[in-house]
Design a protein around this ligand. Sequence first.
Ligand code: INI
Length: 166
Amino acid sequence: MPTFEGDFTKPDGRFAIVVARFNGLITESLLAGCIDGFVRHGVNEAALDTVRVPGSFEIPLVARRLAETGRYAAVICLGAVIRGDTGHYDHVAGQAAAGLMNATVNTGVPVIFGILTTDTVEQALNRAGIKAGNKGTESALAAIEMVNLLNALKGPQLPGFGFGPA
Ligand code: INI
């Protein structure tokens, strides 16, 4: 049974990282983790463009604009939406997720959802490099895997190219 998957070898091309300034203590840590993830997989820092936006709500528009330029192999989106005691949470978190899904399926460019959605600041910190990994690093790896997967799916071994099973 043919199986297609992306590996973690260094992909060609440039990457855009969109970072929300809101909850900046956390999002800057996600950014550091993301850059570290790329660099440790062979992607030069010079191939990474960072774009800052006010909050997670603004990420989808900018992610889509960047994806549409055709300049990037993938767009990585980093933010932290923390429930705390604001009713804003559901709107911001839900719309950011929906907007990124929209951007990725409409452009065909991998758009990675590296936006933490947590109940507390402590949970967000834990997922930004303290106790539970770093969502920014995971996002870099997801981007690399998706770019390599999409490249693998272009290959002549796919059904319909005359080599694989019908
Ligand atoms: N933006 C975030 O990135 N995280 C949050 O937790 C958050 N909360 O809770 O309000 C938040 N709000 C700002 C929002 O993303 C927009 O920047 C703002 O509404 C202006 O459009």
